[in-house]
Design a protein around this ligand. Structure first.
Ligand SMILES: Nc1ncnc2c1ncn2[C@@H]1O[C@H](COP(=O)(O)OP(=O)(O)OP(=O)(O)O)[C@@H](O)[C@H]1O
Ligand SMILES: [Mg+2]
Length: 264
């Protein structure tokens, strides 16, 4: 497999290209050749039953897992490898960390630092990783808190916030690193039903602002209304991908049909 993205992308390079991505844990082959393109500024949702490989695929995109085969490019740059004299070499940990900054990730569990205030949670990495001044980081954090509707909560500690508020802080914290793409892994699954909407609203705003997003979700309404593309994963492969109106409205694959009949 070539390491160069083909000339077909000369005009409009997708933000993410995955080609024939394989990943195993021991003998358990979890990703069995994933192909996917995520155009710049688009929102793709990943649907699929538990264990189908959704989280693993997201984790491969931001190098939390290393792939065994295939290639992933973000904005034309190979993930996890660099090329020297036509050969691929593993990136060093430092190089991987630097590359990972380009992708913001939001998890089901919000993973905020419990001993830090909301503001401190958001400015920590911009100061320590990006080398921003404290003043710059605070200015940006305040803008982001305004954007997620939590301007007045900057001095709160995570435990003083609802789950929905904590998840909005987690989104602001990811955005503070100026990622090129945002990855969401079931961001509303741990929330009480009445708190889901406020997080989805923030994500909708982000999509409207032109952020490229990959969203693993069981919120079919969100996938239908906000996403440009829906990909359905089954057993480590994308069995169906297309516009929500087609994949959700008129699924062709029996696995997609049976999954949707259970969640709709
Ligand atoms: N670190 C790991 N070590 C070993 N096996 C793993 C690891 N991470 C995931 N797996 C296995 O990979 C498979 C796919 O898991 P993954 O978490 O990607 O599925 P998922 O589609 O996100 O499921 P869910 O909807 O439950 O979150 C599962 O069989 C899981 O047990
Ligand atoms: Mg998962």
């Amino acid at each position: 497999m070539t390491n160069e993205l083909s000339p077909q992308y000369a005009n409009e390079l997708p933000m993410v290209v995955a080609k024939n991505v394989h990943k195993s844990f021991g003998h358990n082959e979890v990703l069995k050749g994933i192909d996917m393109e995520v155009p710049r500024g688009s929102v793709v949702s990943l649907l699929g039953a538990s264990g189908s490989g959704k989280s693993t695929f997201l984790r491969c995109i931001n190098s939390l897992e290393k792939i065994d085969g295939g290639r992933i490019w973000i904005d034309g740059e190979l993930v996890g490898y660099k090329e020297k004299n036509g050969k691929l070499h593993d990136m060093t940990e430092a190089e991987i960390t630097k590359q990972r900054i380009r992708t913001g990730m939001v998890f089901q569990q919000f993973n905020l630092f419990a001993h830090m205030t909301v503001l401190e949670n958001i400015i920590e990495a911009p100061i320590n990783v990006l080398g921003r001044t404290r003043k710059e980081a605070i200015t940006r954090a305040r803008e982001l808190l305004e954007r997620v509707g939590l301007a007045s909560h900057h001095g709160h500690y995570p435990m003083q916030l609802s789950g929905g508020q904590q998840q909005r802080v987690a989104i602001a914290r990811a955005l503070a690193m100026d990622p090129e793409i945002m990855l969401f892994d079931e961001p509303t699954s741990a929330l009480d039903p009445e708190l889901v909407g406020e997080v989805l609203d923030v994500m909708r705003g982000l999509a409207d602002s032109g952020m490229t997003m990959i969203v693993v979700t069981h919120e079919i309404g969100f996938a239908r209304e906000v996403c440009d593309q829906v990909a359905f994963l089954h057993d480590g492969q994308v069995v169906e991908q297309g516009k929500p109106v087609d994949v959700i409205g008129n699924p062709q694959h029996e696995r997609t049909q049976s999954f949707l009949s259970k969640v709709l």
